[in-house]
Design a protein around this ligand. Structure first.
Ligand code: HEM
Length: 478
């Protein structure tokens, strides 16, 4: 009996090994015949193991002190900046070529179109902005741009953000010790909940924030739908969030006499969007509008904590602004525009944090790049973080150095630095995000000094975050 089991194990192991070799060979040698019988070769690469592909190597590298190892190994192995892999549940072409990535973004709707993995689409819904194309994308993008236009930033948001940050910091001061990452998530979700759904900070917004933790974690998690998995929890959170928004829509329709000055009212007034579109659109804006900016806030404070020279320069800049206002604490647009060093800190935080690590685009036709062809229907992962952390483009790329933005104007070109994407999908929230960060840094730095309570590390998966949530102890500045 024992012999039979051993024999079975040997046969099974040999079969798996053989399958793997065949799979590898097929990955490395396949070509596609075009209609004129010319054989075209996709980029070099490997889809790794059946089903899981190269997911584990990618995760291992992106959670380590050497996040670019996954990319660097493949660049060396294939002698190419564009290679095939199997990540996020499917085969794709990974591009770390900044010129090609820029052209992918600029050619949205022509040669490429946004195509996020099925698992992400199931979370953001059929009408989350990154799922829609053509006229509907332009229409919804336009609504988002209008919501976040300069005139609104200069007046409404300027006022609203400062009120919110001051009241939140009053609460933090009472708590003395806080987990900054969670607190920033909650603060910015409160801002978006007010703008989109007219919700003031309450038990309900705290519940929404808790659901968003599961929802966001699932966006870049391994998409396994078994009960208790990160992905399954995210899908459940989506269902509950959509139910909440639907109930608000019903409530508004039942009580039209109650006046609201939020985005939801405007969308209902316009009357041409279905409830399904409105729910997915609002859910997407809630997500996009709080998650990345709140991560950026936490990272900025963490980077400054580890770089006392930059923190001192920030203190000087912000103390001078306050002094110039003769004790009047509320900032105006010109004060914001005068924060020169702060802008360098924000750029450096966006580069080193790379909060939106890459974008997904499907080739709408066979597309020649260098000496290979990306066949129609294949998805390209334009991996921005690999440009942002590349030593060839940014000297000592893993070091926080805000002064690089003062000295070397070249690094601010949008081929090498594109934290907000580009083309027709350029992030409509980029100016709001910069305003939020600047005002937050001003108020935080002028009110508090702080000490870190744990030795936190950066992980770039599922999305960039600090592994311990950056716990800090706060003290009022003398
Ligand atoms: C640090 C903060 C932020 C970063 C790094 C960021 C990054 C990005 C990137 C890279 C894209 C392009 C995705 C693609 O092309 O596939 C994008 C799209 C988008 N972002 Fe942001 N974003 C930030 C903040 C915000 C905020 C505050 C809002 C809204 C309040 C927002 C709303 C959106 C929307 C609606 C889109 C989709 C645009 C479209 O597909 O038409 N983002 N963002």
């Amino acid at each position: 009996m024992a012999d039979q089991i051993s024999l079975l194990l040997v046969v099974f192991t040999a079969a798996v090994a053989l399958l793997h070799l065949i799979h590898r060979w097929w990955n490395n040698h396949r070509g596609t015949k075009r209609s004129n019988n010319e054989e075209v070769h996709p980029p070099p690469g490997s889809t790794g193991w059946p089903l899981i592909g190269e997911t584990f190597s990618y995760y291992r590298s992106m959670t380590s002190n050497h996040p670019m190892k996954f990319v660097e190994d493949r660049q060396k192995r294939y002698d190419s900046d564009i290679f095939i892999s199997h990540l996020f549940g499917g085969r794709l072409v990974v591009s770390v070529d900044p010129q090609f990535n820029k052209s992918v973004l600029q050619n949205e709707g022509r040669f490429f179109q946004a195509q996020y993995p099925k698992a992400v689409k199931a979370l953001i819904g059929n009408y989350g902005l990154l799922s829609v194309h053509g006229d509907l994308q332009r229409k919804l993008h336009g609504i988002a741009v209008n919501l976040l236009r300069f005139e609104r930033l200069k007046v409404d948001f300027m006022e609203e953000i400062q009120n919110l940050v001051h009241s939140t910091l009053d609460r933090w001061a009472d708590m003395k010790e806080i987990a900054l990452q969670n607190e920033c998530h909650q603060m910015l979700l409160n801002l978006m909940a007010k703008q989109l759904l007219d919700l003031s900070p309450s038990k309900e917004t705290t519940e929404i924030c808790e659901l968003f933790v599961h929802f966001t974690n699932a966006v870049a998690a391994i998409p396994i739908k078994i009960p208790g998995s990160t992905y399954a929890k995210g899908l459940k959170a989506r269902k509950l969030l959509i139910r909440k928004i639907s109930e608000m829509i019903k409530e508004r329709r039942n009580h039209p006499q109650v006046v609201h000055t939020d985005l939801l009212s405007k969308l209902l007034e316009e009357g041409f969007l279905s409830d399904e579109i409105i729910c997915d659109f609002i859910l997407f804006l809630l997500l996009a509008g709080h998650d990345t900016s709140s991560r950026a806030m936490t990272f900025a404070i963490k980077f400054l904590t580890n770089c006392p020279e930059a923190l001192n320069q920030m203190k000087e800049e912000h103390d001078a602004i306050l002094k110039g206002k003769g004790g009047h604490k509320r900032l105006i647009w010109d004060d914001y525009k005068s924060m020169k060093f702060t802008q360098c800190v924000i750029n450096e935080t966006l580069r080193l944090g790379s909060f939106s690590p890459g974008v997904f685009r499907e080739a709408k036709q066979d597309t020649k790049v260098k000496d290979c062809v990306i066949p129609k229907g294949w998805v390209v992962f334009a991996f921005m973080v690999a440009t942002h952390l590349n030593e060839n483009f940014h000297n000592e790329a893993l070091t926080f150095n805000p002064w690089r933005w003062q000295l070397d104007q070249d690094v601010s070109n949008d081929t090498l630095f594109s934290p907000f994407g580009g083309g027709v999908r350029l992030c409509p929230g980029s100016h709001l995000a910069t305003l939020e960060l600047s005002l937050f840094l001003h108020i935080f730095i002028t009110r508090f000094r702080w000490e870190a309570l744990a030795n936190d590390r950066t992980s770039y998966v599922p999305l960039p975050y600090l592994t311990k949530g950056f716990p800090i102890r706060l003290h009022y500045r003398e």
